[in-house]
Ligand binder design. Structure first.
Ligand SMILES: Nc1ncnc2c1ncn2[C@@H]1O[C@H](COP(=O)(O)OP(=O)(O)OP(=O)(O)O)[C@@H](O)[C@H]1O
Length: 273
């Protein structure tokens, strides 16, 4: 059953220091199991908005208006203790340079198993199997070697996939992904996208993905948001945004993606909600 009001971003403005807000009066609603894509030019405020939803805006920045309601609780007023309870397991994030979030002095296996066991009450052996299984799904060959490696022994793309695997293994209710695949090969990107769709099917995860790639948004998202200069210039269901965009800026973005020409891209492959 669709749970309404899973996440609501209500009239949110965010600023850094004393500057003008870089996110301006943004409204969005994300349903249970829904995938939302945020596209838009560099500097339009996409990452800032995601960070606000995860409560990790840097010092000096603030949400100067609005609220963010996650399952009827206002995240803007969360205490550190409340954040500790939900961040990383109920709400997880994959960063653009997620590989850098790995702890350099611990072997991948040790940190992966520790992360899993901080959330699930399972033995080390079961956690190990869960980790190896997810590494395999990220198209990482020889998962047992990876589990036995330190981060510096892996390539950037491998670390990125390990970090994505760790976030997904937590089976979060809400996954925030900030250009998770932009540093990866095209074939691996496609696999990571498929895996996100599988996460939604298997665990009912809602996903907000920031991407520069309108094709990725069209392929995997139920709703698409287009941001420009801090404002939400377009918001709607995928088909509506792709086939009948309202703003000229969205039309311009779509006009440079040849394979989109209003087609039903990927419909057959798409996992239904
Ligand atoms: N720590 C910070 N301090 C001050 N200003 C910042 C900070 N982080 C981002 N900004 C500013 O906020 C605005 C929005 O940046 P943000 O990173 O959210 O954009 P974005 O849409 O995610 O861009 P990109 O696609 O390049 O990642 C930009 O003008 C940026 O310069």
């Amino acid at each position: 059953m669709i749970e309404k009001n899973f996440l609501n971003v209500n009239n949110v403005s965010i600023k850094y220091g004393r500057q003008e807000p870089v996110v301006k009066n943004v409204n969005m609603s994300i349903g249970h199991k829904e995938i939302v894509g945020i596209v838009g030019e560099s500097g339009s405020g996409k990452s800032t908005l995601l960070r606000a939803i995860l409560g990790i805006l840097p010092a000096g920045s603030s949400i100067c208006s609005g609220n963010i309601i996650f399952k009827e609780r206002n995240l803007v007023q969360f205490s550190k203790k409340e954040w500790r309870e939900i961040r990383g397991n109920r709400i997880a994030m994959i960063f653009q340079d997620a590989g850098r979030s790995l702890t350099p002095i611990l072997k991948i296996g040790d940190q992966f198993i520790e992360t899993i066991r901080s959330h699930f009450d399972i033995s080390k052996a079961v956690a190990y199997d869960k980790a190896v299984d997810m590494l395999g799904k990220m198209q990482l060959p020889d998962a047992s070697r990876i589990m036995n490696s330190y981060p510096f022994e892996l390539s950037g793309g491998m670390k990125q996939r390990v970090a994505i695997a760790m976030a997904m293994t937590m089976e979060p209710e809400l996954l925030l992904a900030d250009e998770p695949t932009s540093a990866l090969d095209v074939t691996v990107q496609a696999q990571v996208v498929r895996q996100m769709l599988e996460l939604r099917s298997n665990f009912n995860t809602s996903i907000i993905i920031v991407t520069h790639n309108m094709g990725v948004a069209a392929y995997m998202c139920d709703k698409i948001a287009v941001m420009r200069q801090g404002e939400l210039v377009e918001w709607g269901n995928r088909d509506q945004v792709i086939n009948k965009p309202k703003s000229q800026y969205t039309k311009d973005l779509l006009s440079v993606v040849p394979e989109l020409g209003g087609s039903d891209i990927g419909e057959r492959e798409r996992t239904s909600a």
